[in-house]
Design a protein around this ligand. Structure first.
Ligand code: PHE
Length: 350
């Protein structure tokens, strides 16, 4: 092998060993740089005759071209390798299923509230909302439960600071304050009729919402839901309560195979009062009496606090527990599951 072939060979090896473009540029300098091997050889031509220059120059040029070709080949190889690595690193498996946006849904208790509103709506009931921070007056006093009344101790109340007589000072323990709030609004709206001695349109309303008591176990949560119902008119009786509530329960549970029991009870704001129990005649809950609501004929003192004459207006009220209804409907046995916010539980209701 002559000297130039050996030079080309060693250039090829040098380029081959270069693992990065920077290494390759260094290797190139050794052969093609300003004081590289080829450049040195060219400088040596100066001392030769014209003919020798021509012959020798041609051979050196060939070697130079071979080295340049090797250099370009290696450059391309390194660039290809880099692109390959990049493609591999950024590989996309287009056969994978796409990522979908998580779909939200309503909370099971919200689903129940929607059902309740729909059913009572179809019976001509309005839906009213009221404050969760309530005053002593609306939560107790106006509901025939004066300050020293022992029934107040049945409600383990969260009192808040400040407040006076009618100013907010507690978290409402039930939705019953909405009986007064809504009735007073209704009465004010029909003031002219009443003043003229005429009969006002009936009050027919439900008031769903959050309520609070100092209570916590598998069937009690310090925050829970209630839905109040109120129907007041010139001639509304306990019989109407029975019809309305029976209809509601059968529609809610989608079963006519269900009976109701009105069990005598006590509430200061109703007289007489009754707990409403239901019993399924078939299915997993068959045979057990399940308490679903408190109810009664609205007490004359409460009718008076609504701004109405109890000799002329009468009616009934009830308060039920949507959380309990949700548990019964879906077969959930621990109330706390509703308020833990565990997606694995909640997503089962979508
Ligand atoms: N407010 C009562 C309770 O929370 C329920 C009730 C409402 C009873 C309306 C009678 C009439 O227990």
């Amino acid at each position: 092998m002559n000297e130039l072939d050996a030079l080309v060979d060693s250039a090829r090896q040098g380029f081959e060993q270069a693992a990065t473009p920077a290494d390759l540029e260094n290797a190139k300098a050794v052969f093609l740089g300003k004081s590289g091997r080829i450049t040195e050889l060219m400088k040596g031509l100066a001392s030769l005759s014209i003919d020798e220059k021509k012959a020798r120059g041609a051979v050196i040029n060939q070697a130079k071209q071979a080295i340049e070709a090797a250099l370009n080949a290696r450059r391309q190889a390194l660039a290809d390798a880099e692109l390959d690595a990049q493609l591999k690193a950024e590989a996309l498996d287009v056969s994978l299923p796409g990522r979908q946006a998580g779909q939200g849904g309503l909370h099971p208790v919200s689903l129940t509230l929607e059902r309740i509103e729909g059913i009572f709506g179809s019976m001509g009931f309005d839906v009213a909302q009221g404050p969760e921070i309530e005053s002593d007056w609306f939560n107790f006093t106006a509901l025939n439960t004066p300050e020293d009344h022992p029934a107040r101790s049945m409600h383990d109340t969260f009192y808040v600071e400040g407040g006076s007589d009618k100013a907010p000072n507690l978290l409402r323990t039930h939705t019953s304050p909405m009986q007064i709030r809504h009735a007073v609004q209704h009465v004010n709206r029909h003031r002219a009729l009443l003043d003229a001695g005429e009969t006002m349109p009936e009050i027919r309303v439900i008031a769903p919402g959050r309520t609070y008591r100092v209570d916590s176990d598998a069937t009690h949560s310090p925050m829970f839901h209630q839905c109040e119902g109120l129907w007041i008119g010139a001639n509304v009786s306990f019989k109407d309560l029975k019809v309305v509530f029976t209809d509601f329960c059968r529609t809610f549970f989608e079963s006519d195979d269900l009976v109701l029991r009105f069990r005598p009870s006590f509430f200061p704001f109703t007289e007489p009062s009754a707990e409403i129990d239901i019993q399924f005649q078939s299915g997993p809950l068959a045979g057990r009496w399940l308490e679903v609501a408190g109810s009664g004929q609205v007490h004359p003192n409460v009718v008076r606090n609504m701004g109405l004459d109890p000799e002329k207006y009468i009616g009934f009220a009830f308060g039920m527990g949507p959380d309990r209804l949700t548990m019964l409907r879906y077969g959930v046995n621990d109330l706390r599951l509703f308020f833990d916010g565990d997606i694995r539980f909640l997503s089962q209701f979508q």
